[in-house]
Ligand binder design. Structure first.
Ligand SMILES: Cc1cc2nc3c(=O)[nH]c(=O)nc-3n(C[C@H](O)[C@H](O)[C@H](O)COP(=O)(O)OP(=O)(O)OC[C@H]3O[C@@H](n4cnc5c(N)ncnc54)[C@H](O)[C@@H]3O)c2cc1C
Length: 238
């Protein structure tokens, strides 16, 4: 069996290394000190074609494999771990999750702007009282006609303060515990959705981490990701 990297993998690795060391490296200390990425960093990553490595080309991605995605993450982390963290939340936890679990309509709507960097993605699972014990989330989603009404608070969400599109978990049936969790795609413009300012951290500075607040947040039923009460399957696939 041949374990060598293909020429395509080597080219991708070298391209991301050159970008990270040439453009991000000189700014890494400033990013850490000011706790802020350069403006339009996601657009720049999108122009490089690395925001949707595993996503099919018809949705704006590169249609490549998991090894390529890991190599991009590795090369970014070598120069700037904070950028790698935000990149992973956007590309893997949000975009790749929608690519794997979304309907055709969801993929057509959400993946192109995530792959281009026009929109920033995040994933929201953790809550003040549910970290490692992830299935203990208290955020609720109640079906009312053609919408779900979501209430709750998420915390420590990477890209939370700047995210446009969030894959978010809530309980659609509290009595069923882990089997009552569903996944949703939330747009920051949805009524009842808001985010906090970035939380000050000791590490990974630059990567914005924040709280998301859902107060009677109205989510169209079309933005259920996967099946109702099957959110754990979505969670484990991403
Ligand atoms: C920089 C950063 C970015 C993050 N980004 C995101 C994000 O994008 N989206 C998101 O949803 N969440 C995010 N999180 C939250 C992260 O997933 C949680 O911090 C994690 O799940 C742990 O939860 P907790 O912090 O509440 O710690 P706790 O669950 O309270 O754990 C505290 C300590 O207890 C230990 N512990 C817990 N349970 C047990 C047990 N049963 N037995 C033995 N030891 C145990 C843990 O290992 C840990 O050392 C982020 C966190 C950080 C720090």
């Amino acid at each position: 069996m041949d374990f060598d990297l293909s020429d395509e993998h080597k080219m991708l690795r070298d391209m991301v290394f050159d970008f990270a060391s040439g453009e991000i490296g000189p700014l890494a200390e400033k990013i850490d000190r000011e706790d802020k990425f350069p403006d339009n960093i996601f657009k720049r990553l999108g122009d490089l074609g690395i925001l949707g490595v595993t996503i099919p080309e018809k949705y704006g991605g590169a249609g490549s494999d998991l090894l390529s995605a890991v190599m991009v993450l590795e090369q970014l982390a070598y120069t700037c771990p904070a950028l790698a963290l935000s990149y992973g939340a956007h590309s893997n936890l949000c975009a790749n999750n929608i690519s794997k679990n979304g309907t055709e309509e969801q993929k057509k709507k959400y993946l192109p702007p995530l792959c281009s960097g026009e929109k920033v993605g995040a994933l929201a699972l953790t809550e003040p009282q549910a970290g490692s014990d992830a299935t203990n989330i208290q955020t609720t989603a109640k079906r009312m006609g053609d919408e779900y009404i979501l209430n709750g608070t998420k915390t420590f969400i990477t890209n939370g303060p700047i995210a446009d599109i969030v894959v978010l978990y809530a309980k659609t049936d509290k009595s069923r515990g882990a089997k009552g969790i569903s996944a949703f795609i939330i747009e920051k413009e949805f009524p009842g959705f808001s985010s906090s300012k970035a939380i000050e951290k000791m590490g990974h500075r630059g990567s914005p981490t924040g709280e998301l607040i859902l107060e009677d947040c109205r989510v169209p039923k079309e933005d259920l990701l996967g099946e109702e009460n099957k959110g754990i399957a979505v969670m484990m696939s991403g």
